[in-house]
Design a protein around this ligand. Structure first.
Ligand code: SF4
Length: 192
């Protein structure tokens, strides 16, 4: 859950540094995060950027977890998925991608995470339009795949890997494993 909040607008390598600092200060549990002064928390997570805002969000998510589920992620994840998703989205600063990352990665619940990489790959392959809403993209995956958290986890990780390695601001289609799936009008290559 901490990772899902800290990764907003930053690279995971920066999140890792912040999490290491939190672990070093024995702050990777909800009661400790709740007790620590916000300014001190902000200082520790500085490597993740937007640290004041993220410290506030960590506090809010922690308060939610403590108030509604006694600080237990396991208990939280026994709640029906749509209900829990609605509860998470009510927390200030938790948008759809963050809520779904918590549900999938912390809760092991079957919901597809849509991020900027997913959007970019789908758009470049003519599967969505530039202004397609988060929910529509998510439905595209979830209506065509079995509801399987491990599958959604791996699928999202592979999209991130393709996005980071090949489908950057300037795409490097030549070496990309998805080059054979480019739509008509793009330089389609014969399948091997
Ligand atoms: S082939 Fe790869 S790099 Fe090219 S548009 Fe598709 S996902 Fe992006």
């Amino acid at each position: 859950m901490v990772g899902a909040i800290l990764t907003q607008n930053t690279a995971w390598t920066n999140v890792e540094k912040a999490i290491t600092a939190l672990r070093g200060a024995s702050l990777l549990n909800p009661r400790a995060i709740d007790r620590v002064p916000q300014a001190h928390l902000a200082g520790l997570i500085r490597p993740a950027g937007y640290y004041n805002m993220k410290a506030e969000r960590l506090k809010q998510v922690t308060r939610f977890l403590l108030t509604h589920y006694g600080g237990s992620v396991r208990r939280m994840c026994r709640t029906e998925l749509p209900v829990l998703r609605g509860e998470l989205l009510e927390i200030s600063g938790v948008g759809e991608e963050t809520a779904d990352s918590i549900l999938l990665y912390a809760g092991d619940l079957p919901i597809f995470v849509v991020d900027a990489y997913t959007r970019r790959v789908l758009e470049r392959h003519g599967l969505i339009l530039a202004n397609t809403r988060y929910g529509e993209i998510q439905r595209l995956f979830m209506t065509h795949l079995p509801a399987d958290a491990a599958l959604f986890n791996e699928y999202h990780a592979l999209l991130v890997a393709v996005g980071k390695t090949y489908c950057r601001r300037t795409s490097d289609c030549d070496g990309c494993p998805l080059r054979y799936d480019l739509p008509n009008g793009s330089p389609l290559l014969p399948r091997p």
